[in-house]
Design a binder for this molecule. Structure first.
Ligand code: ZN
Length: 914
């Protein structure tokens, strides 16, 4: 191997783990002074750096570092210490610490000096390289211009120190501006100082209690058994339970498919994570239960120290491991049945009407006045483990939760490479949270899964030690929210699903069964029309037509003129009348509202942290959901639903994840809490609607926050293409869109009237003239179990059209259960030959239903191989074409049969498998 061509790199030290620094008062702050003020020295402002307070030290492992540069000085300050909101807390040395405390935020602003006030401050900056002083700034006072540092450094350790200059520490609000290290190949990292002081111990009382609780649990033998069944065919035996291990030290939560093993002594730690389906361990080394940064200081939630090797774990090593001094300690645990994570009011058909069952394991830990509850849920029937954390402030003073990590797991690498590839293969596990935004699909809306290097792992890692092997689950920003005395902050939830295969269909089925279980409202699947008018006569006609042919829902779509933000008793009354009329015919009525991607005003829109102005954000600009306007929007929407009784909500331009640097918006403090608090707003609305039984179409992936449907992934422009092209492209959308989602979770589109363009050739109206295409659209959508936005003024225009629509809907309802079952991909639409999908469900009488399409202009006869493994059939399958006679087939050793079919030109056929 040669290193030629490997470039020099720079790393900004403020991007490192600065909460590991030591500091007498408060904690180091990124890109601000320790007082929360903007970076500024002698009147010159800066954007990046670290604010500290003497005495302060950072320790860096230099690795490939060679040059250190920075500017240093004392930050300019403009704080009025006489304000009413300033609170002081006495310290043990008789001095007082000053805080600015509002209802929602706590900010450290200084330490008392000579005459009861905060001094001007003076400090000395030093750099020690392997203990040797390589830089000394001399005494620097407030108001002195910044000094520049540019020094060579050697391998080993570098310490960045700020001393007080012999006149006390008050006012020593020092700043490292643009601190940066130039390095080659292996980046420097910040490390913790060795802990000096007493290591906490587990008290006798807690130890005795934990042993007693453990002894009361049922026992399980290790090594854990592999299942003798495939849970995708039959999951009856996969029941979650909490056990004690045979060594008397560990607690194990397992459902026979996946297990997590926790040590309780001398502190809580995850010591194994087992994929029982494959029998393999997912974990390299003992891991903590996450981390918290509280008032700028970092704490581990449990965890054990002293692992000698990070590629694997010998169980006897764990007995010698010790408590991490900076960690929360376990006090208690309890086991209970899982409870519903949100309220789901069932008011319509769903293929899965049940919330999940399983076991919940709750660990209670504490440090000083903060209590942490770590919740685990393991579900019955699926290999999915869920986790979330509560942080409870039992002290007298508000605390600020700056950041948290819900997981920090030392996972086994997805691939072991010596060098650095363009893309690493990640471990074979699906990670998902309900803190997701900014995209239509799960993969792109995931903002909380991070695969990081593990600096402790030096044996089997790659050369620059950059193997992505630490699974971190955390918000991308913040939350930076205050927790008042007696209050609790609850994190979002993560769901972790290890796979037992690399097969695309099988992995997809794991994820699809997960959604059916954890977010079962996604299995509601009403038949709906997208009405483009609010003309009372047209609404009435549409309701009558829907009732005649078996439709179930009407959405007054964009362009219909509906305005849910309009606050008027007459307007409410008008729509209530429509709703009541529709209800009398068995039809649900709802409508469309746009939230983001609108420019409201300078005062309301999110502020770009780069410019300090609106604009340049996702969608250009969006209203801040934590402005007064934002709160008003949510109030208006709720009022509209309460007043009209509507039961469908289509929310376009949902919260895309925009941050907001405004410090004047009423319901957030600044940039760091802006995403967390805006997300809480949007999620709060969706959860409320779920509890009210309101059906929700939201293009963005808010599925785990309570919404029902998201777009299947169609491209808007396609609906302006000629009709016959729309059909093949539509089937491609369905085929590609249903790998990781279930049919009822997705919607596609059918332009009854012209959509964005394309004229008559792209339009189905007049419907009677294009009946073949209209029927083909319906059959390929309903045949996939996928609803579409049938967008237009009516469902039918003639008795002939009406008969076609009614016929398709009757057929769909007859096969509703199997058509709502998961899809096995047979052959992707290529335009060159037949294409098709097959629904499979071992629990039904109809165990399979295949939809086969012919895009060619001549009839074709084909021998089609049907993979029947996921139908649960093992020997014989009975197959009929349409409503024809059943014919028996013997399955081959791969659970396949071959069926000869004739598919008419530009048409379709379907097979039922029993
Ligand atoms: Zn804002």
């Amino acid at each position: 191997m040669l290193f030629i061509g490997v470039a020099q790199n720079n790393i900004n030290i403020e991007e490192m783990h600065i909460s590991m620094g030591l500091q007498t008062y408060s904690a180091p702050v990124k890109n601000k002074a320790v007082t929360g003020e903007a970076l500024s020295v002698a009147g010159v402002e800066y954007k990046t750096g670290i604010g500290v307070h003497s005495q302060s030290s950072f320790k860096i492992k230099v690795n490939g570092g060679s040059q250190f540069t920075a500017k240093v000085g004392i930050n300019d300050s403009n704080i009025n210490y006489d304000l009413d909101s300033i609170t002081s807390i006495p310290l043990t040395d008789g001095k007082r610490m000053f805080y600015n405390i509002t209802d929602t935020e706590k900010q450290f602003i200084g330490v008392e000096g000579k005459d009861g006030k905060v001094d001007k401050g003076s400090v000395i900056f030093k750099l020690l390289n392997n203990g040797e002083e390589i830089y000394n700034s001399g005494i620097m006072k407030a108001g002195d211009p910044a000094k520049e540092i540019d020094v060579k450094i050697k391998r080993g350790t570098l310490e960045m120190i700020v001393d007080d200059a012999g006149d006390g520490k008050s006012g020593d609000h020092a700043v490292w501006i643009h601190p940066n290290i130039n390095y080659f190949e292996i980046p420097p990292i910040m490390v913790a100082y060795d802990y000096i002081g007493e290591t906490p111990v587990q008290s006798k009382e807690i130890n005795t209690n934990l042993k007693k609780l453990l002894a009361a649990l049922p026992a399980i033998k290790t090594p854990l058994k592999q299942p003798d069944y495939d849970w995708l065919i039959d999951n009856e035996k996969a029941k979650a339970e909490v056990y004690r291990s045979d060594n008397g030290k560990d607690i194990i939560i397992s459902n026979g498919l996946v297990a997590r093993v926790f040590r309780l002594f001398p502190n809580l730690a995850t010591v194994d994570y087992v994929n029982q389906m494959t029998g393999e361990s997912l974990l390299r080394s003992v891991s903590n239960e996450g981390t918290l940064i509280i008032d700028g200081k970092e704490y581990a939630i449990g965890g054990l120290k002293g692992q000698p090797e990070f590629a694997y774990t010998l169980l006897e090593w764990i007995d010698d491991m010790t408590i991490d001094p900076n960690s929360f300690l376990i006090e208690d645990f309890e086991v209970k049945e899982v409870s519903d994570r949100l309220e789901w009011k069932r008011v319509r058909w769903a293929s899965n009407p049940d919330m999940p069952s399983g076991k919940e394991l709750i660990f209670t830990l504490s440090k000083d006045d903060i209590v942490v509850k770590v919740h685990y849920v393991l579900y019955d029937g699926i290999p999915t483990l869920s986790k979330w954390i509560e942080v409870i402030n039992e002290g007298d003073l508000m605390v600020q939760l700056n950041e948290f990590k819900l997981e920090q797991l030392a996972m086994v690498e997805g691939e072991s490479l010596v060098d650095v590839p363009k893309h690493f293969e990640k471990p074979n596990i699906h990670i998902e949270t309900d803190y997701a935004f900014g995209a239509m699909q799960q993969k792109t809306s995931d903002k909380t899964t991070f695969w990081e290097p593990d600096p402790r792992y030096t044996s089997q890692t790659n050369y620059p030690m950059q193997l992505p092997v630490m699974l971190e689950v955390r918000p991308p920003l913040g939350p930076n929210v205050a927790i008042a005395k007696g209050d609790t902050l609850t994190t979002f939830r993560v769901w972790e699903t290890p796979f037992d295969s690399f097969d695309k269909e099988r992995k997809g089925l794991f994820v699809r069964k997960m959604y059916r279980t954890i977010s079962p409202w996604t299995t509601e699947n009403p038949i709906f029309l997208h009405l483009t008018s609010t003309d009372p006569a047209k609404i009435k006609t549409a309701v009558d037509q829907c009732a005649e042919v078996g439709y179930e829902m009407i959405i007054l779509s964009f362009g219909s003129g509906l305005n849910m933000e309009k606050e008027s008793p007459e307007y409410y009354a008008e729509f209530k009348e429509h709703v009541d009329y529709a209800k009398s015919k068995g039809i649900e009525l709802g409508g469309y509202s746009l939230l983001s991607s609108r420019w409201i005003s300078d005062e309301v829109d999110v502020i770009n942290p780069e410019t300090g102005k609106r604009g340049g954000m996702i969608f250009g600009s969006s209203p801040c959901l934590c402005s007064d306007w934002g709160y008003d929007y949510f109030r208006k929407i709720k009022t509209f639903f309460n007043e009209t009784g509507m039961s469908v909500f289509e929310n376009d331009g949902s919260y895309p994840g925009n941050v907001c640097a405004s410090t004047t918006h009423t319901y957030h403090n600044g940039l760091e809490d802006s995403q967390w608090k805006q997300y809480a707003q949007i999620q709060g609305l969706y959860k409320w609607m779920r509890s009210e039984g309101i059906y929700m179409n939201v293009p963005d992936f808010y599925i785990n926050s309570g919404t029902n449907k998201t777009g299947i992934g169609y491209r808007e422009v396609n609906w302006s293409l000629p009709r016959e092209r729309q059909l093949v492209l539509g089937r491609q959308n369905i085929y590609d869109g249903l790998w990781k989602t279930i049919p009822s979770m997705s919607w596609t589109f059918v332009p009854l009237t012209e959509y964005h363009g394309g004229g008559a050739a792209a339009t189905l109206e007049p419907l009677n003239d294009h009946l073949v295409d209209y029927e083909s659209h319906m059959m390929q959508n309903y045949g996939a179990g996928v609803q579409a936005c049938y967008r237009g003024p009516r469902l039918y225009d003639t008795p002939k059209t009406k008969a076609v629509v009614a016929h398709v809907i009757n057929w769909y309802k007859k096969y509703r259960d199997i058509l709502n079952s998961d899809v096995i991909h047979l052959k992707r639409p290529s335009g060159k030959d037949w294409d098709g999908i097959m629904h499979a469900n071992p629990q039904l009488k109809e165990k399979g239903l295949a939809m086969l399409f012919n895009p060619l202009s001549k009839e074709i006869v084909r021998e089609i191989k049907l993979p029947l493994y996921y139908t649960g059939l093992t020997k014989t399958a009975k197959v009929r074409e349409k409503e024809g006679k059943l014919k028996s087939y013997q399955l081959n050793r791969d659970y396949e049969i071959t069926v000869k079919v004739t598919i008419p030109a530009n048409s379709y056929t379907w097979l039922v498998i029993e």
